[in-house]
Design a protein around this ligand. Structure first.
Ligand code: NAG
Ligand code: NAG
Ligand code: NAG
Ligand code: NAG
Ligand code: NAG
Length: 548
């Protein structure tokens, strides 16, 4: 008996010791490669020779360790869009949180994907590098103990759609730096490719099987409508939330957003086009990829417009109420409050974005009159080293728009946010183009998207019951959108326009969420390999926070 007990306890110890969450190690060679995605040779950022970059295929709670060898000729950072980096904005990879990786050096990112089961992607945040590629899928699977609300698909396909310019990122950057605009994109890409004259299939399906397509808009400027000829798409997940499974014949995917849809191969076995076209733009840009049925015969239909109508596609924006949570699905999201509608709002931000202004002869985009600029010293490091006074001021932006438009202020735009506050953020778009906003470090409840201007009585239009939790929200022209979240993740978090042009020219800001005791319970300490730059480069490391 005693022996059995001993063996049992040894086994238990063994299991406990070896139950540390698994590690995934990757080494990335990041460099320019000459490719011709639109038929014109240009410098594209590849990772280990791939464009799009390699898939990070992982399971919730995995530790991800990625060594980036920066073989570009410029400093580089990657961000892990949608991965929440709990207590760990050290790994966020934006210019406000990290010093960029100098050319010809290596840097190792180390983070854990927590219980965020779904579809995310990474991309470079420095310069206009995103316009040259460098992006790839992050797919987080559930551990076996957490069920997902649909059967395992026959296969799991990535569909990265995005607009693309044939100009190099240096040329595009020069355009913006000299006050011009990026102009109209030259085309659309699907997984780094455009419109084959070729009928080589990008995807294959077997009759009767169901497939998961993870669709992300990784582009720079335009919303994109995605559809598959003759097939419906059933939404099952968006940005880590399992949704009510509504069926669509086409889907608007706005900048920075990701959806998983299930597609059943239930049509005549032949070729079909997956069609992507720009939405809400003057000029319609369309591209296609071939989906082939295994053993099927016949080319895809030439008609690329939606099957219904035969007119130019007029897909309606998906009403926000149809993207609600699946109440019966597992929601492991630890910070997801199901009763968010009952929490009192502690701070309201009403952020107004306009069509841009000119400051000192340069074009800028601002939020409530402040246009963000990145300095030499990351904001997060200025806080950590206690030198904020030399780097930025908190709260130069007001929480609500100015009654009288004054001159745009160009400065680091940092909100002194309070840890665990429950905040409401309203994005008000006074411009003619669709906007898209991403919050790092959190997912938020997207409670309303409505036309017109916001006022407090509009709160009665909020979905306070089952709004979906996501990290990127679109704001239609002359409309507003409202989100809510609890600021329970200490760190320095970027709130940005996903439009590259707008973000680069100042339409972004940071939320500094400091835990009051600066305790290690609330936020990890600075990683040992942290790069230092700007005025903190040669400063002695401050004593580590006390463990609480
Ligand atoms: C990704 O991981 C899942 C779960 O571990 C596995 O089923 C799938 O085959 C993997 N996909 C790829 C492309 O490696
Ligand atoms: C960077 O990493 C690569 C791959 O691990 C290695 O070959 C190279 O020597 C490293 N370079 C530096 C400067 O550490
Ligand atoms: C919310 O605010 C109301 C009115 O100020 C107050 O009565 C209520 O107790 C608050 N609820 C919570 C959960 O703090
Ligand atoms: C805004 O401008 C109007 C008219 O120019 C003026 O009457 C008003 O006092 C100004 N309001 C503020 C808050 O400065
Ligand atoms: C930030 O706000 C808190 C109140 O939430 C305040 O105590 C603190 O002094 C503020 N910090 C700065 C630098 O303004």
């Amino acid at each position: 008996m005693r022996v059995i007990f001993l063996i049992f306890s040894l086994l238990t110890t063994f299991l406990l010791v070896h139950c540390e969450d698994p590690y995934i190690y990757r080494t990335w060679d990041v460099k320019y490669t000459t490719l011709s995605p639109l038929g014109v040779p240009q410098k594209v950022i590849t990772i280990n020779g791939l464009f799009p970059g390699p898939i990070i295929n992982c399971t919730s709670n995995n530790n991800i360790v990625i060594t980036v060898a920066n073989n570009l000729d410029e400093p580089l950072l990657f961000t892990w869009n949608g991965i929440q980096q709990r207590k760990n904005s050290w790994q966020e990879g934006t210019l406000g949180t990290n010093c960029p990786i100098p050319p010809r050096t290596n840097f190792t990112y180390h983070f854990q994907v927590k219980d965020q089961i779904g579809t995310y992607y990474y991309y470079p945040t420095t310069s206009l590098h995103r316009a040259a590629g460098g992006y790839g899928l992050i797919s987080v699977h559930s551990r076996d103990l957490i069920p997902v609300p649909f059967d395992p698909p026959a296969d799991d396909y990535t569909v990265f759609v995005g607009d693309w310019y044939t100009k190099s990122q240096d040329t595009l950057k020069k355009l913006l730096d000299t006050g011009r605009s990026l102009g109209t994109p030259n085309g659309l890409l699907i997984n780094g490719k455009a419109d084959g004259k070729t009928d080589k299939p990008m995807f294959t399906m077997k009759l009767g099987k169901t497939y998961r397509f993870r669709i992300c808009n990784v582009g720079l400027k335009d919303s994109i409508n995605v559809r598959i000829q003759g097939h419906n798409m059933k939404i099952v997940e968006l940005e880590g939330s399992h949704t009510v499974q509504n069926v669509y014949d086409s889907l608007d995917v706005h900048l920075g957003q990701c959806y998983s849809v299930l597609v059943k191969a239930d049509q005549k076995p032949k070729d079909y086009y997956l069609v992507a076209s720009t939405r809400f733009t003057k000029k319609d840009i369309t591209t296609t990829a071939v989906i082939r049925y295994d053993g099927g015969k016949g080319p895809p239909h030439r008609e690329l417009r939606a099957s219904s109508g035969g007119m130019a596609l007029v897909a309606q924006p998906i009403p926000i109420h149809s993207l609600e949570f699946d109440r019966h699905a597992a929601r492991p999201n630890p910070q997801g409050s199901y009763h968010y509608g009952k929490i009192n709002i502690t701070r309201t931000f009403r952020l107004v974005m306009d069509s841009g202004s000119t400051v000192g002869g340069k074009r800028r985009f601002a939020v409530n009159g402040v246009s963000h600029t990145d300095g030499e010293t990351p904001l997060k490091l200025a806080e950590y080293f206690g030198v904020v006074d030399k780097v930025f001021k908190y709260d130069i932006m007001r929480d609500e728009p100015l009654a009288n438009v004054t001159n745009t202020i160009v400065a680091p735009n940092v909100i002194n946010a309070t840890f665990r506050n429950f905040v409401e953020i309203i994005f008000e778009n006074h411009d003619k183009s669709v906007q898209s906003w991403h919050l790092s470090g959190y997912s938020f409840f997207a409670v309303a998207i409505e036309p017109g201007r916001w006022s407090p009585d509009q709160r009665k239009k909020y979905n306070l019951i089952d709004a979906v939790s996501r990290h990127t929200i679109q704001v239609y022209p002359n409309s507003w959108a409202a989100i809510m979240t609890t600021l329970d993740n200490a760190g320095m978090w970027n709130l940005r326009s996903v439009s590259l042009e707008r973000q680069y020219l100042g339409e972004q800001l940071y939320l500094s969420v400091l835990s009051p005791e600066r305790s290690l319970r609330d936020e990890y300490t600075i990683p040992p390999n942290e790069l230092l730059c700007g005025i903190v480069k040669n400063l002695p490391m401050p004593p580590s926070h006390s463990a609480a």
